[in-house]
Design a protein around this ligand. Structure first.
Ligand SMILES: [Zn+2]
Length: 131
């Protein structure tokens, strides 16, 4: 587990960008009906998580970057598995396999990427309170 008192630990753990302790989201990531519901403010330091209407629109750019990184990581992983003889994979011969496994991987990480992109966006635009 990452320490919650560091910026990276708070970003990955979906914690408040000011105090690094309060939770950003109301429920667990894979509670699909509630996965995007955020707490209106930090329960520890009262930092406002609902800045303005459309504030989290910018998180879509973060989500896009994460998605591209996921596809590249999948391609690298499949290529490495091919090199090590674990799996037979040639990109131009196995496009349906690559797309299928990428789509399954992407759909299974939607809740994590949604939360991580919002967390990164909020942390990018908030300074930590000096105490
Ligand atoms: Zn806080």
């Amino acid at each position: 587990m990452l320490p919650k008192k560091t910026r990276i630990g708070a970003v990955i753990g979906n914690r408040c960008p000011r105090c690094f302790e309060g939770k950003l989201f109301k429920s667990k990531a894979y509670d699909l009906a509630q996965m995007s519901k955020m707490n209106p403010r930090c329960k520890v330091c009262k930092e406002d998580f609902e800045r303005e209407p459309g504030f989290y629109f910018g998180a879509a750019y973060i989500s896009y970057a994460l998605t591209v990184a996921l596809w590249i990581a999948l391609l690298v992983a499949l290529t490495c598995l091919n090199w090590w003889g674990v799996l037979s994979f040639e990109f131009f011969d196995d496009v349906p396999f690559f797309l299928g496994s990428g789509i399954v991987l992407l759909l299974s990480t939607v809740p994590l990427f949604l939360r991580l992109s919002r967390s990164i966006w909020l942390h990018m635009l908030t300074k930590r309170r000096s105490s």
